[in-house]
Write a protein that binds this ligand. Structure first.
Ligand SMILES: [Zn+2]
Length: 325
């Protein structure tokens, strides 16, 4: 394949990103450099591959933050946090990334500690050079640019994981979309089709459930989503996957961590009229049941429309087999 001249320019630019190279801070896994910019560019590519970016304005929304955080958690040792705001702001020093300020906002040249909240208040998003954007929409060129990032900024042992994550993100996106579509069609289950690998299943199921419930816990109603894209909720199976191999939304609930744990322990369940049930065990002297008891008999939060609601037979099975009355 003949490589266009201007494409070579971007292969070069991607291999010379201006990144922080403090050896005392960045480990071997990222070749002793800060991985923020590569992670952001990989996330942009993933969303382009999924058809979620179709015009040349990269908006700093939840989807790209989650994708960025996914790469971060994959490579960076636990306990170390960051913000996508850093690369989103500082990538402008690499020449091909141009911040688009919101109307009547001046473009600041520097920001000591950019945060996502500030970024969203100040910028509509970022635009790439037009020809670079066209390359990112083309799978052949996109994958070449991806390989440059993977090989240049990550250690040999880490490279396969980083490259694989792009495939996982794509497959999970498709899986989540299919789960929602299947449920909307009200067809029964997946028939005999082979489920995707566990990583893809988990991520896709989570994506579908969290999206349908808009980050709200079905049992207690809490919704906490930080500007950095962290959410308090998780996706829970009503009947465990190991028993039923069913990831459809009506076998799922969006639950905060406390409710998820309580649900799995049988300390909380859902009644036939979609009301919260709380186990008598919660009322013992040794416990501090707090707000959980106040949820008793309150209606659960359900997604719209009704076809995505938890199935009554799944809830009945949870009450029979898991719930401690
Ligand atoms: Zn909850």
């Amino acid at each position: 394949m003949k490589i266009p001249k201007n494409f070579e320019k971007y292969l070069d630019a991607f291999s010379r990103l201006r990144t922080d190279r403090n050896r005392n801070y960045w480990g071997e896994e990222t070749c002793f450099g800060a991985p923020h910019k590569p992670f952001l560019l990989l996330s942009v590519m993933d969303l382009a591959a999924q058809g979620q970016i179709t015009r040349n304005l990269i908006v700093p929304g939840q989807e790209i933050v989650e994708t960025f955080n996914g790469y971060w958690q994959l490579v960076i040792p636990p306990g170390r946090t960051t913000s996508m705001a850093y690369p989103f702001f500082y990538l402008q020093s690499d020449g091909f990334w141009h911040l688009a300020p919101l109307e009547d906002r001046r473009v600041p040249k520097t920001a000591s500690t950019p945060s996502m909240a500030w970024l969203r208040r100040t910028f509509a998003g970022a635009r790439l050079d037009e020809d670079l954007f066209a390359f990112l929409l083309n799978p052949v060129y996109r994958e070449q640019l991806r390989m440059v990032l993977v090989q240049k900024y990550f250690a040999k042992e880490v490279q396969p994981r980083v490259a694989e994550q792009g495939f996982t993100n794509f497959a999970a996106f498709v899986y989540a979309r299919d789960l929602i579509a299947k449920a909307a069609e009200t067809t029964t289950g997946f028939g005999k089709t082979e489920p995707p690998p566990p990583q893809v299943r988990d991520q896709g199921f989570r994506k579908a459930i969290v999206q349908l419930y808009d980050h709200r816990c079905a049992l207690c109603g809490i919704r906490m989503l930080t500007d950095e894209g962290h959410t308090v909720v998780e996706a829970a199976h009503i009947v465990p996957w190991s028993q039923c191999h069913d990831d459809l939304p009506n076998n799922g609930l969006c639950l905060c961590r406390l409710c998820h744990w309580s649900f799995d322990e049988g300390l909380m369940s859902v009644g036939d009229d979609y009301q919260v049930l709380v186990s008598g065990r919660v009322r013992t002297d040794r416990n501090m049941p707090g707000h959980i008891l106040t949820l008793t008999d309150r209606p659960i939060f359900k997604p719209d429309p009704e076809k995505f609601w938890p199935a009554r037979e799944n809830l009945a099975q949870h009450r029979r087999e898991v719930f401690v009355r």
